[in-house]
Design a protein around this ligand. Structure first.
Ligand SMILES: Nc1ncnc2c1ncn2[C@@H]1O[C@H](COP(=O)(O)OP(=O)(O)OP(=O)(O)O)[C@@H](O)[C@H]1O
Ligand SMILES: [Mg+2]
Length: 295
């Protein structure tokens, strides 16, 4: 398979510090690839390596299936750390300045500003924009030159919940229009939830998992402590033939999709099984990351 981004053993050291350690990353066309990791994990450094803003010590990569990276990088728009905006100028004037890299007509600039939802800001100076508006402008700048891939470093950093929703919706919208994304994010924010693939970065090391596999890993389990496990398993099998469960001593753990504790409780009581405890043990999305990211 050809990937939009594929790295093999990519490594970056700063002195003794290995910021990016033997990374094999795979971003598919159409992905929203969420790079998740705590401060100093190596997210920004990995993005800089991909963009050619930092040079690797080892490893190689292909962009759009091609090892000639300059051509691939022309198809990438990016926003790394906070966008360096001209505060005393309007959104349009800022766009004009940044379009020197990708000459763009005034009409196209207006279209992009409309597209990210700040087309109505007129002569308003960027210095008086909200953080969410600045972030939208940063994304509009990243969209100059019609990129196929956007690399956004912590695009919701510092935004309030409404701003987070705005940027998240914008990313989903652009993704539906065909743009592939690599976005970095801290573990507990809302952005993580829109990813189709996760790259979990921990101390420079990357572990990839698809959103689907992650959901399966995060499935809940119903733990039931009963008086008579033999009678209980018979009742569960009779009432819920598709239920998957394990039994140890007087504890039955149902791992399949029989979620409603009250329905199971009723069936057990009807079968004259004493039920001492029912706990719905959910392995939450965030717990999964915490377990992998350390404290
Ligand atoms: N230019 C640099 N010189 C020296 N060390 C650096 C440099 N850039 C990054 N590092 C180090 O490399 C490691 C990874 O940093 P990086 O900025 O990539 O992490 P990050 O995941 O983006 O963190 P954050 O969430 O804080 O943005 C850190 O230990 C950092 O101190
Ligand atoms: Mg960073």
């Amino acid at each position: 398979m050809d990937y939009v981004i594929e790295t093999r053993g990519l490594t970056k050291k700063y002195g003794e510090k290995i910021a990016v350690n033997q990374v094999f990353a795979h971003v598919k066309k159409g992905d929203i690839y969420g790079l998740i990791g705590k401060n100093g994990a190596g997210k920004t450094t990995l993005m800089k390596l991909i963009l050619g803003l930092a040079l690797p010590n080892a490893g190689e990569m292909r962009l759009f299936g091609n090892s000639y990276l300059d051509a691939g990088r022309k198809k990438i728009g990016s926003l790394i750390e906070a966008p360096a905006l001209f505060k005393n100028e309007s959104a349009f004037e800022n766009m004009k300045r940044f379009s020197y890299l990708a000459p763009t007509s005034d009409d196209e600039i207006k279209r992009l500003l409309d597209f990210v939802g700040i087309g109505n800001t007129g002569n308003k100076k960027v210095g008086s924009f909200s953080l969410g508006m600045k972030q939208r402008l940063g994304i509009a700048i990243a969209l100059l030159g019609n990129p196929e891939l956007l690399i956004l470093d912590e695009p919701i950093n510092g935004l309030d919940p409404a701003g987070i929703k705005e940027v998240r919706d914008l990313i989903v919208d652009l993704n539906h229009k065909g743009i592939t994304f690599m976005i970095s994010s801290h573990i507990l924010d809302e952005l993580g939830k829109i990813a189709t693939t996760y790259g979990i970065v921990n101390d420079g090391v990357l572990e990839e998992i698809s959103a689907e596999d992650l959901r399966n890993n995060c499935r809940s389990a119903l733990k039931i402590v009963v008086g008579d496990a033999v009678k209980a398993t018979a009742a569960i099998t009779a009432n819920f033939p598709d239920a998957e469960f394990t039994v140890s001593d007087n504890m039955i753990e149902i791992t399949s999709e029989v979620k409603d504790a009250s329905v199971i409780n009723k069936a057990l009581v009807k079968a004259d099984v004493a039920v001492y405890e029912i706990v719905n043990e959910k392995v939450e999305f965030e717990d999964y990351f915490i377990a992998r990211l350390g404290k």
